[in-house]
Design a protein around this ligand. Structure first.
Ligand code: RB5
Length: 144
């Protein structure tokens, strides 16, 4: 597993992003934080574009985006080719996002879930492999 990850949030996800960043660094990850850097209100698409653009360009295999609900970040990130940004709410959705959808951006709603559930999602998402096979055929159908 590549131990490099790009992470970004808006103000609604800032607190959870900070907790994730610390946890990832503790676990030996090289974390590239593209902001935001405080709780001042910002426009989440700016951050979504920064992270998704880099993943789309192949700069890193995996990224994380956090806003208030995770919805805006998902919509914005999934406009980029080769980006599969998945909004996860629990262990099951995180597992399926990797196994079936080969998720390369984990999206979370910082105002929706608590920190412990979020850590569990992160752990599952990082450690679950893509199943390939019929799922590869399916994700290959995404491009227009
Ligand atoms: C910001 O108030 C909020 O709209 C944003 O964090 C996110 O939830 C958007 O989808």
């Amino acid at each position: 597993m590549e131990k490099r990850i790009i992470i970004g949030s808006d103000h609604g996800g800032f607190s959870l992003k900070t907790a994730f960043k610390n946890r990832l660094i503790e676990n030996g990850f090289q974390v590239e934080d593209v902001g935001c850097f405080d709780e001042k209100s910002i426009h989440y698409p700016t951050i979504a574009k920064e992270v998704a653009g880099r993943i789309s360009a192949g700069e890193s295999e995996k990224g994380i985006l956090i806003c208030g609900t995770g919805i805006g970040m998902s919509i914005a990130a999934n406009r980029f080719r080769n980006v599969r940004a998945t909004l996860c709410h629990d262990h099951f959705t995180a597992k399926m996002a990797r196994e079936h959808n080969n998720s390369n951006i984990l999206v979370l709603g910082g105002r929706v879930i608590g920190e412990e559930i979020a850590f569990e999602i992160l752990e599952t998402w990082l450690s679950t492999e893509f199943a390939g096979g019929r799922h590869l055929e399916r994700i290959s159908m995404f491009d227009l």
